[in-house]
Design a protein around this ligand. Structure first.
Ligand code: ARG
Length: 475
């Protein structure tokens, strides 16, 4: 099929438009208006969900005797054939037929004749489109959750290799206390646990069926919504027809979850970008995730994290779009809602792409243990340990804080680490200090001392990784 035959002439478009609306209209839709109001160029993405919904609806109509069993069978066969045409790329999408729903219905009637016109009995595009989006998002949620799971398990593997790799932990981006690289990675893991849970929880609210609500008030036919819901694998049925065709809160919730997840990926990106700079030199990101510069031969740029950080802005924008789209719509369906799809689809693409890239890249970063350790030695990361040492010898914490502050002052002056001050020098600040002080001033000692759930001691982080295996998100 050539592109030319796929695209209709204006005359055909006008004719097709007037055919759809039937008797109510005395002139065909203006050509520009037809293009302007059409959604098929983007909502055709939901074709497989639309067909699944129609097959379930036709099955239910047949079982309830609203159409005959034979009519139901013909409709289902026709829809199955259309599904094949779409999958093989043979289907001719027509803008004049406005949206995915009418394109498929029109093709059905062309294929099986007047029986095809019975498919829309007891249904409206309003409950149809709401159903399609829910089915679509349900499918996408499953894919996203499995990508989160893949990233989580990669992070556990990365962490398990580095429970003894010491790096500075930061607050205010200033060296604070020594931690292990594994502990840092496990913080990312925790963020993703909550992200995964949010999608799983939202899926329950997505997976409620609007079909049967028809245009807004329900339908006069003796339908059985439980049949359709069961066939489509919905967890439940939307309980109010007005609400069912109107609200897109489930989509807003999805994009909200996506925004939070992207915010996390963006924070991680920011760290990777900093850590890959020559000034930090904490990590290496494999070449396949980086690009060079067209002018500076030495450059290796962390493009993937930079782009993920940038793409986060798109998803935040989509959340604002959907909230704003919804906020002044009176019940029930309004055409405004057609504008929900492009932001939603772009959100799915952006999130999916970012997760694919991260699940592949993040577990494969390699820390530079030496640089991390050297950096930890520089910022007086064990100062709190010295204060804790004094507290354990009986000094109140505030006084200990003061003493250590003075010791750090001397170390800064001499440009040495606290552990490099002599015992005499340390004792000049407090006579509670004895030669066992050096145990608490080592980085390893500092880590080992934080030996409780949630602490950075290697044995604790090892257990956290073990527990993590059971906490990988599942749909
Ligand atoms: N394309 C429309 C949408 O995305 C389908 C529903 C149209 N309903 C209507 N009454 N015009 O929302």
């Amino acid at each position: 099929m050539t592109d030319q035959t796929k695209h209709q002439t204006t005359a055909q478009a006008d004719q097709a438009t007037s055919n759809i609306w039937g008797g109510r209209f005395s002139e065909a839709t203006d050509h520009f208006v037809a293009q302007f109001t059409a959604s098929v160029n983007f909502d055709k993405r939901m074709a497989s969900q639309d067909i699944a919904g129609s097959i379930a609806h036709a099955t239910m109509l047949g079982q309830c005797g609203i159409i005959t069993k034979d009519e139901s069978r013909q409709i289902i066969d026709g829809l199955t054939q259309i599904k094949g045409e779409i999958e093989r790329g043979e289907f001719v999408w027509q803008v004049a037929l406005e949206d995915v729903h009418m394109n498929i219905e029109s093709r059905l009637t062309a294929l099986i004749g007047d029986v095809g016109k019975k498919l829309h009995t007891g249904r409206s595009r309003n409950d149809q489109v709401a159903t399609d989006i829910r089915l679509y998002l349900r499918d996408e949620t499953k894919k996203i959750v499995s990508l989160i799971a893949k990233l989580q398990s990669g992070l556990l593997d990365l962490a398990s290799r580095h429970t003894h790799t010491i790096m500075p932990g930061f607050t205010h981006l200033q060296t604070a206390q020594p931690i292990s690289f594994a502990h840092h990675v496990m913080a990312w893991f925790e963020m993703l646990v909550r992200d995964g849970e949010r999608f799983v929880e939202t899926r329950r609210r997505i997976n409620q069926m609007p079909l049967g609500s028809a245009a807004l008030a329900g339908t006069t036919y003796p339908i059985d919504r439980t049949i359709t819901a069961r066939l489509l694998g919905f967890d439940g049925i939307c309980q109010n027809s007005l609400d069912a065709v109107s609200d897109r809160d489930f989509a807003i919730e999805f994009v909200s979850n996506a925004s939070i997840l992207m915010m996390h990926l963006s924070r991680i990106s920011e760290e990777l970008i900093l850590w890959m700079s020559a000034q930090f030199a904490f990590i290496n990101i494999p070449d396949r995730f980086c690009t060079g510069s067209s002018i500076m031969p030495q450059k290796k740029n962390p493009d993937v994290p930079e782009l993920v950080r940038g793409k986060t802005a798109r998803v935040f924008g989509q959340l604002t779009t959907l909230l704003t789209l919804m906020k002044n719509q009176p019940l029930a369906y309004n055409k405004d809602n057609q504008e929900d799809k492009e932001p939603l689809f772009d959100c799915v693409d952006t999130l999916t792409g970012s997760l694919i890239a991260f699940a592949d890249m993040l577990p494969n970063i390699t820390p530079n243990a030496k640089n991390m350790k050297d950096a930890t030695m520089k910022g007086y990361a064990t100062a709190t340990d010295l204060a804790d040492y004094l507290v354990k010898k009986g000094l109140p914490f505030r006084d200990a804080h003061e003493v250590v502050g003075s010791a750090v002052g001397l170390a800064v002056q001499k440009d040495v680490d606290l552990s490099e001050l002599s015992l005499d020098e340390l004792q000049s600040f407090s006579d509670l200090i004895a030669d066992d002080v050096f145990d608490c001033l080592t980085l390893e000692g500092s880590l080992n001392a934080r030996n409780h759930i949630g602490g950075t001691a290697p044995s604790q982080v090892e257990q956290a990784i073990e527990r993590g295996r059971e906490r990988i998100v599942k749909v």
